[in-house]
Design a protein around this ligand. Structure first.
Ligand SMILES: Cc1cc2nc3c(=O)[nH]c(=O)nc-3n(C[C@H](O)[C@H](O)[C@H](O)COP(=O)(O)OP(=O)(O)OC[C@H]3O[C@@H](n4cnc5c(N)ncnc54)[C@H](O)[C@@H]3O)c2cc1C
Length: 421
């Protein structure tokens, strides 16, 4: 496979761009694998990549019921940040951000990571005090964070509604190293990287059942036949409860909800940063894509569902949030909106853990925030599968944390959207 470089792009230009290789193979499933990862989203592909790269694992397959990157991987608003406070959680997301900073080089694939800054507006002195505590802690533990007063904010982002906002803006907490990346490119980059290490990525291969023997999974039933397994990792996001039931393990503390995203028609560059705010029941985030579209989103839909489609009440809700903060967008037309299946855990935090079955491992519960977690999630999940024990950084990301009262995220907001504002 071609290694991308300025020279390879130039050379391909000389032949009229006709000689590009396939970026990954399309193999037939083998009868058995040492490790099977279910789900070719970002987390499944990253796990397969790091299994090969960090642990030298061989004979790995990733099974995907549709096409790779067709789930939440291809549906998210691509915000990347590490502005968390609690021990464990902070280190996890900071490790992720550091991996993002070198990801294009590591994968030899441009994931278009743009560190354009993540700007969290605040609207009251109390919110400013809470943000000060969090951002000071981030700085003390090796991350970055700044406070912008109103004068600085007006200079950096002149279009915000500073005059007639229902909740007046008084400043912002900013993480300059945060930003966005191109979601498809991340999925494709990891797929290409995994394929280069011999991983079989098998698309159109739905797992429909699991056969167990002596407390282990011995084979997976799939739409392309039965596949024997030595170890299985689940990375199926909103379908986690379904796979959990196939393993005969009952119920997971996860509910599947929809989260929608929206993109406007392209307009001239007007917003350099990612801007977020949450106040008075509103929850909103917006950035501008390289093509000029305004990409934005808000809360979950207020019911559980497996249907990957949007609905009109959320269009209204999110449009109101948009015009409240950026009234200059009120006549910009909405181009598209869509939904993804969120695996909402009861405390809003993920699971990367062993399960009651000896060779089954779980990666789930990413809620709204799994895109930014992708590199660290793949890194630690691969480590767990390879070494059969969790790294201390993800020690609390287990299923028993509820009985221990372990708190991972400072907000601890689970699937109830009203708690996310
Ligand atoms: C609208 C929206 C906006 C978001 N915005 C952000 C954001 O700005 N920042 C952020 O950090 N996160 C964001 N997220 C969250 C993030 O996208 C997800 O947490 C993350 O993508 C989930 O991991 P994944 O990519 O592995 O999931 P997916 O891409 O959903 O991968 C799971 C895969 O498993 C496959 N699968 C399911 N069942 C089976 C089966 N039985 N057999 C085989 N394959 C199966 C699915 O087809 C799917 O491809 C957003 C999500 C949505 C929906």
């Amino acid at each position: 496979m071609t290694r991308f470089s300025a020279w390879s792009v130039f050379k391909a230009g000389l032949s009229g761009q006709k000689n590009w290789d396939r970026q990954w193979r399309d193999p037939e499933p083998r009868p058995e694998y040492d490790v099977v990862i279910v789900g070719a989203g970002l987390h499944g592909l990253a796990t397969a990549y790091y299994l090969g790269k960090n642990h030298g694992a061989k004979n790995i397959a990733v099974l995907e019921k549709g096409w790779l990157g067709g789930g939440n991987a291809g549906r998210n608003t691509t915000i990347i940040r590490s502005n968390y406070m609690m021990p464990g959680n902070r280190q996890f997301y900071e490790h992720s951000l550091k991996l993002w900073e070198n990801l294009s080089h590591d994968l030899n694939y441009n994931v278009m990571f743009s560190q354009r800054a993540h700007v969290s507006l605040f609207h009251s002195p109390a919110a400013r005090d809470a943000a000060a505590r969090r951002y000071n802690l981030m700085r003390l533990t090796g991350s970055d964070g700044e406070f912008w007063d109103l004068a600085r904010l007006k200079k950096e982002i002149p279009h915000l509604n500073y005059n007639h906002a229902r909740f007046p803006i008084i400043g912002a907490a900013v993480q300059p190293r945060a930003g966005n990346a191109r979601h498809d490119a991340v999925a494709w980059g990891y797929a290409r990287g995994a394929d280069r290490q011999g991983v079989d990525i098998i698309q159109n291969c739905e797992v429909t059942g699991m056969e167990r023997e002596g407390g282990k999974v011995v084979s997976l039933q799939t739409s392309r036949g039965s596949i024997g397994v030595k170890k299985v990792g689940l990375a199926v996001a909103g379908n986690s409860s379904r796979l959990w039931q196939m393993a005969g393990l009952g119920r997971l503390p996860i509910e599947t909800h929809l989260l929608q995203a929206f993109v406007s028609e392209p307009i001239k560059p007007m917003l350099d940063q990612v801007v977020v705010y949450g106040v008075g029941g509103a929850h909103f985030y917006i950035s501008q894509s390289d093509k000029g579209g305004m990409v934005f989103g808000g809360d979950l839909d207020w019911y559980k569902s497996y249907a990957q489609r949007g609905n009109l009440p959320l269009v209204q809700d999110v449009s109101e949030c948009t015009t409240a903060i950026l009234p200059c967008l009120s006549r910009v037309r909405l181009l598209r909106h869509w939904a993804g299946l969120m695996d909402m855990s009861m405390d809003g935090s993920p699971f990367i853990c062993k399960t009651p079955l000896g060779n089954l491992y779980l990666n789930a519960g990413w809620n709204y925030g799994g895109f930014k977690a992708t590199p660290a999630s793949g890194w630690y999940f691969a480590d767990l599968i390879a070494n059969d024990r969790p790294d201390p950084t993800i020690g609390h990301f287990d299923l028993n944390r509820f009985s221990r009262g372990a708190n991972i995220d400072e907000r601890g907001a689970g699937p109830d959207p009203k708690l996310h504002g």
